[in-house]
Design a protein around this ligand. Structure first.
Ligand code: C2E
Ligand code: CA
Ligand code: CA
Length: 523
């Protein structure tokens, strides 16, 4: 304090202090008010925020659930067959890979491939809706026949597959169960629809690594079931694989043999007991194999047919046979030559299209050609069959019903269709001496044929007793080892006069292959 200034009175100092205090008090109150109001704002903001967060959280949860449902649906769609609801091919492949993986540590299972028999025919006859309904029913039956842990899949079309993960012994049992389950008719729109199935089974175990190889094995077994007549199951094994490779080798050989015309016509004559002479002949296929042996149709005909080569084979054989037979016909020695036409060949109109051309090409007379067909060829739609037969008749050809007496032996066919000749089957003929029923049946056929003015040739006559009994029953014409075995030349039985023979053999030689001739021997 300055000594020259008068000392501030106390009262003044107190007043100033109070004024300062009051100011500070106001400022504090103000600050408190501000804090209070901001806290409220903060609290409200906080409350709003936590509401927002809760809402957001629930929305996120909802969307996550929705997405997971969609993913599940998409996965299901990607894994299931849209029509039947069982696993599709992609899922099946995955499951098979898992099953093989799991079996590495021990255990195993079976892969079953299944194809419906005759599905295409049902689809064609009753429409796709029926076909679809049938596939759904089949998938259901398959699923019902196995355990939920087994995988049922549709691989496409009428192709199904099954993975049975239970040792290797369960497969065949499951296959049998499936055969039974699918043999029962399915009722669709009140109509009973019959289908069956063919099955192939391949086992897998700890050593099976290659899913594709396993699929091929099962496929091969399935193919074998189909080839053996369908409606059955085949289990793959190594013997099956060797058989298949043998079959493939045979197919290659047959393909070459047909191309090189090494399947040739042989002939078996028909003997007329009344005239005491050979009157006709049947052309029979023989394969002159590279090993020097002559093979019979039982050894190659199925392969030829399977390769769709029957038309080519028949045509090349028949062309040569007609050229060889023509001089014998013209010389009045041979009344007719017979050619076998398979049911499939007949029904696709091969004979109607090709025979007239072959006759024109070779100058062979139509009335001296007999077309032999079996009854099975005539079991298709009666109107079409009749038309096909009449077309052949219109060409002047003769028609024979082959192997009569086995199968259905449908007598009404004889009345309805323009059949000229019946060939009494070997199985009836061979029992004719020992079995009274076979004899009665043969006599009955001969009687009926006589009344219908249809000729009969008894086939497979192997001894004198059979020949005598047949002759007594009124059968004049016979074919069989008792009279002659098939041989390579018609000349064996139908001897042309010398000059004609020379001319004829020159024409035939122009057509016949010469490379194998030397090695050939009669059966
Ligand atoms: P298929 O038409 O019934 O011909 C008669 C078969 O019986 C011939 O057999 C013949 O050799 C045989 N055979 C004749 N007599 C006797 C006998 O006394 N005893 C016995 N056990 N058998 C006898 P192959 O030549 O083996 O022909 C078998 C079948 O193959 C034929 O039966 C025929 O269905 C078919 N086939 C033969 N050649 C052809 C052909 O060129 N085309 C077609 N589609 N099928 C043919
Ligand atoms: Ca025949
Ligand atoms: Ca026959």
């Amino acid at each position: 304090m300055n000594a020259t200034e008068p000392a501030a009175p106390w009262a003044e100092r107190v007043r100033r202090l109070e004024a300062r205090l009051a100011r500070e008090q106001r400022a504090r109150t103000q600050a408190e008010q501000i804090i209070e109001s901001k806290s409220l704002e903060l609290w409200e903001a906080n409350r709003a925020l936590s509401g927002l967060a809760a809402e957001l959280e629930s929305r996120v949860a909802e969307r996550t659930q929705e997405l997971s449902r969609e993913r599940h649906r998409a996965l299901q769609l990607a894994e299931t067959d849209a029509l039947t609801g069982v696993a599709n091919r992609a899922c099946f492949n995955q499951q098979l890979a898992h099953a093989l993986q799991a079996s590495r540590t021990g255990g195993g299972g079976s892969l079953i491939m299944l194809d419906l028999d005759g599905f295409k025919a049902i689809n064609d006859a009753h429409g796709h809706a029926t076909g679809d309904a049938l596939l759904v029913a089949v998938a259901r039956r398959m699923a019902a026949a196995v355990r939920p842990s087994d995988v049922v899949a549709r691989l496409g079309g009428d192709e199904f597959a099954l993975i049975v993960r239970d040792g290797t012994s369960a497969g065949p049992d499951v296959a049998e169960r499936l055969l039974r389950a699918l043999a029962e008719p399915v009722v669709i729109d009140g109509r009973r629809t019959h289908t069956g199935c063919s099955i192939g089974v391949a086992h897998f175990g700890p050593d099976t690594h290659d899913a594709d190889a396993l699929l091929r094995d099962a496929d091969l077994a399935l193919y074998t079931s189909k080839r053996q007549g369908r409606g059955r199951a085949t289990v793959f094994d190594q013997a099956l694989r060797s058989e298949v490779s043998r079959r493939h080798a045979l197919q290659d050989e047959v393909r070459r043999a047909v191309a090189e015309e090494r399947i040739e016509p042989w002939y078996q004559p028909v003997y007329d007991q009344r005239r005491g002479a050979y009157v006709g002949a049947e052309m029979l296929a023989r394969w002159h194999h590279g090993d020097g042996m002559v093979r019979t149709p039982a050894q190659f005909l199925a392969a030829v047919e399977g390769l769709d080569l029957l038309d080519a084979m028949t045509e090349s054989m028949l062309r040569r046979a007609l050229v060889e037979a023509r001089p014998h016909v013209e010389a009045g020695l041979l009344a007719h030559l017979a050619v076998n036409v398979s049911p499939a060949q007949f029904n696709r109109g091969w004979a109607q299209q090709r025979l007239p051309r072959l006759l024109a090409e070779t100058g062979y007379p139509a009335q001296a050609l007999v077309v032999e067909i079996t009854e099975t060829a005539l079991l298709q739609d009666a109107a079409t069959t009749g038309e096909l037969l009449r077309a052949l008749k219109a060409e002047g050809l003769r028609l024979a019903l082959d192997d009569f007496g086995v199968g259905y032996s449908n007598f009404s066919l004889l009345r309805r269709l323009p059949i000229d000749l019946l060939k009494l089957d070997r199985t009836l003929v061979c029992d004719i001496v020992t079995d009274a029923n076979a004899r009665a049946l043969a006599e009955c056929v001969l009687d009926l044929a006589a009344k219908l003015h249809i000729d009969v040739v008894a086939e497979g006559v192997e001894d004198e007793a059979q020949a005598r009994l047949l002759a007594e029953a009124g059968c004049a014409c016979m074919q069989g080892f008792w009279f002659a075995r098939p041989a390579r030349r018609l000349e064996t039985w139908f001897r042309l006069p010398q000059p004609v023979r020379k001319a004829a053999s020159a024409t035939a030689a122009a057509l016949a292959p010469t490379a194998h001739d030397a090695a050939l021997v009669a059966r």
